[in-house]
Unconditional design. Structure first.
Length: 107
């Protein structure tokens, strides 16, 4: 099946990062989501979620929106523990009182 030229040139990720924050040395409370999927950045980009409970799926949706990942490609990404020893299922509920660090990355 031949591919259309327009399909070949469509980016997987938009590079705009208007809402993201750079990591800092200050102590933060709540869920910290580190974004390491972009090879062009040396510093980690961090999203802070500091109020209430949120599912892993909703965290992925927020992280995808902040980084311009098209919704059709969002299923390729997931949340892993800080040491990458396991992945959180989409139904996992994070509590902001946990002070947890997770990584949003390609599965």
């Amino acid at each position: 099946m031949p591919m259309n030229r327009e399909e070949e040139s469509t980016p997987l990720v938009f590079r705009g990062r208007e809402g993201s924050q750079r990591s800092s040395s200050s102590v933060a409370t709540g869920l910290q989501v580190h974004l390491y999927f972009s090879p062009g950045t040396k510093d980690a980009t961090v999203i802070q979620i500091s109020s209430g409970q949120i599912t892993a799926e909703n965290v992925c949706i927020q992280a995808g929106k902040k980084n311009g990942i098209l919704p059709v490609y969002l299923s390729l990404f997931g949340l892993a523990s800080a040491d990458l020893s396991f992945w959180y299922p989409p139904s996992h509920i994070f509590d902001s009182d946990e002070n947890l660090v997770v990584r949003f990355r390609v599965r």
